[in-house]
Design a protein around this ligand. Structure first.
Ligand code: NAP
Length: 289
């Protein structure tokens, strides 16, 4: 067809390969639940050239227009019919069961990769495995960052994932590339391991932040570095919805144990101080007599 010399053939084929590879990585992604975190993720996906559609309980058509997303559907059926490679579930932890119940799986046009980004992992894994069509793959993920910590890019931020049911390896790795190509630290682990570790780290951080907020802790002119960090924890955690925080507790079976450890540790610490106070009072009584 083309009158090319052998070396030109090689260059032509290489260009074609690069082009195919590039095209393969560009996906059609339908997002279910278009709250703050979904909007934050969508910005980077759009920048990477993916084609995004969204659906949510509230009307985000203006936000979508602003972000350059062509279609926003109030009706999830329209999103399911729109031939997506992947459907990304970004609803709150507490509403997941209800949202999944109303998913019109019969409208899917083809095998689809389902991905969730909920901050607990066993809960969505169990619910989705019960209801997804047999030919749909499932990738459970938790980007360990949000609009605050990921404001200036995702480099070196942790991204947890569990390939719960993957048959289309190419599609799954294209999806993971959204995060690896931004420089995220990609951490593969089971949903159970995630929930154990997140209860000890993220849930404790949010709980301490909420306690500090209840105490109305504020900066003072004589803040130490340590205290500045505490104020920062209070401020970042209280920017998240209370739905998110309560979801971390209700749907992570390891969180209850952490709450008990926290209470116990508080009591022990208080008791140690009270014992020392009593010793000091006894000494001063003896000295007085
Ligand atoms: P969120 O309060 O956890 O979730 C808000 C989303 O849930 C919105 O899309 C909202 O829809 C939807 N929703 C709430 N109740 C609903 C109901 N009864 N029926 C249908 N939809 C309902 O806030 P978020 O920060 O955007 O988090 C979204 C998900 O990402 C959560 O699962 C969270 O754990 C996860 N995540 C968040 C972060 C973060 O930094 N924020 C980081 C990693 C993972 P409408 O807005 O349409 O009402």
């Amino acid at each position: 067809m083309f009158n090319l010399k052998p070396h030109q053939h090689i260059i032509f084929l290489s260009c074609l390969l690069v082009l195919c590879h590039h095209q393969k990585q560009t996906m059609k992604i339908g997002i279910v639940g278009f709250g703050p975190f979904a909007q934050f993720l969508a910005k980077t996906m759009i920048k990477q050239g993916h084609s995004i559609t969204a659906s949510s309980r509230s009307d985000y058509s203006e936000v979508c227009k602003h972000l350059g997303i062509a279609s926003f559907y109030r009706d999830m059926a329209a999103l399911f019919e729109s031939d997506n490679d992947a459907i990304l579930i970004c609803t709150s932890i507490l509403s997941l069961k209800q949202v999944v119940k109303s998913m019109p799986f019969h409208c899917l046009r083809r095998q689809t990769l389902f991905v969730d980004v909920l901050s607990v992992k066993e809960h969505p894994r169990d619910i989705l495995l019960q209801v997804l069509p047999e030919d749909s793959d499932l990738l459970c993920t938790h980007p360990m960052f949000g609009p605050e910590s990921g404001r200036d890019g995702w480099k070196d931020l942790a991204f947890m994932y569990d390939r719960v049911r993957i048959r289309d390896e190419a599609l799954c790795s294209s999806f993971l590339q959204i995060f690896s190509s931004e420089g995220c630290r990609m951490l593969e682990m089971t949903c159970e391991e995630h929930d154990k570790q997140a209860a000890r780290s993220q849930f404790i951080t949010h709980t301490i932040g909420r306690i500090l907020s209840e105490m109305e802790v504020e900066s003072t002119p004589i803040d130490t570095r340590g205290f500045q960090k505490l104020v920062q924890v209070k401020e970042t955690t209280s920017k998240h919805s209370f739905d998110l925080f309560s979801g971390l507790f209700i749907h992570n079976r390891f969180a209850r144990q952490q709450m008990e450890s926290l209470e116990l540790a508080f009591e022990k610490t208080k008791q140690k101080l009270q014992e020392r106070l009593k010793e000091e009072q006894d000494i001063s009584m003896i000295n007085h007599h």
